[in-house]
Design a protein around this ligand. Structure first.
Ligand code: SF4
Length: 275
């Protein structure tokens, strides 16, 4: 997809878009300006460095050997734990090790292998649809391009960024519910829209740090900044706007939507997009 087409599609990066002098692909400019985050880029980078020290070597917990395996595993991880996905993928990939093999089966043929991950009929359709599209459009290779990835059946922007960042060597900033909650609480982002948060965080950090930053925020959200946050154990509490605005939040966390306090997480809720 040419750069102009990608921009018109509003769906991501182009191979011709490079930045930071690193030869890395970066998101094209949004047609609409991205609203500013409460914290500056300098503070955002400081917070991420602190969290990265606290959660060293954060990465995806999905087990994979190839970009195809990570893409399939990430599709299976919707509404399911990584641990459960890792239990079913060895048998799945033993029988269907690449897009060509998976493209040959009917979705019903996968259902018994992935049943325990939940929503198995829809996931089987997505896996087979994805595999067939990869074969037909990309010769069996997982494309290293956000626009091409999100055009595949069952592949959303978060999944595409996971695969780009972890399996294809292309910077990606997956924004899941943990990133959304933690970033808004800290004040390093300010939106309920994952795409806006992706651009706010991506704009504050060099592309080479995006994937690790996302993994770190996810781990922080799972371990410390849970819906009921453990602020007394948080290494970023000195910069956290959630505590500044609601100092009693340690004792009385905001549970609405299981997410960040309304003053930070919900300003654009009406415009929030489905991931
Ligand atoms: S201080 Fe509390 S609310 Fe703020 S990031 Fe840390 S755990 Fe989350």
């Amino acid at each position: 997809m040419r750069l102009l087409d990608a921009r018109r599609a509003g769906c991501g990066w182009s191979a011709s878009s490079r930045g930071h002098g690193l030869g890395l692909r970066v998101p094209p400019r949004r047609s609409k300006p991205v609203p500013a985050s409460p914290h500056s880029s300098v503070v955002t980078r400081r917070i991420l460095r602190s969290l990265e020290r606290h959660h060293p070597a954060a990465s995806t917990e999905l087990v994979f050997r190839t970009p195809f395996e990570l893409l399939a595993a990430t599709i299976l991880s919707a509404q399911c734990t990584d641990e459960r996905v890792n239990q079913v993928t060895p048998a799945l990939f033993a029988r269907y090790p690449n897009p060509g093999a998976m493209a040959m089966v009917e979705p019903e043929g996968l259902e018994s292998l992935i049943r325990s991950t939940g929503f198995f009929r829809a996931k089987a359709r997505s896996l087979v649809g994805m595999a067939r599209a990869v074969v037909e459009r990309h010769g069996g290779e997982i494309p290293a391009d956000l626009s091409a990835l999100v055009a595949l059946p069952g592949v959303g922007r978060k999944t595409a960024n996971v695969v780009l960042g972890h399996a294809l060597g292309v910077p990606g900033f997956p924004v899941d519910r943990h990133v959304l909650r933690v970033a808004n609480r800290l004040g390093i982002a300010h939106s309920a829209d994952p795409v806006v948060v992706e651009h706010q965080l991506g704009g504050a950090l060099p592309p080479a740090r995006w994937t690790l930053a996302s993994d770190t925020l996810i781990l922080h959200g799972r371990r410390i900044c849970k819906p009921r946050p453990l602020c007394d154990r948080c290494h970023a509490r000195g910069d956290c706007l959630y505590l500044t605005a609601t100092p009693s939040s340690v004792a009385a966390p905001d549970r609405r939507a299981g997410d960040a306090p309304s003053s930070f997480a919900r300003p654009q809720a009406r415009g929030a997009k489905k991931r």
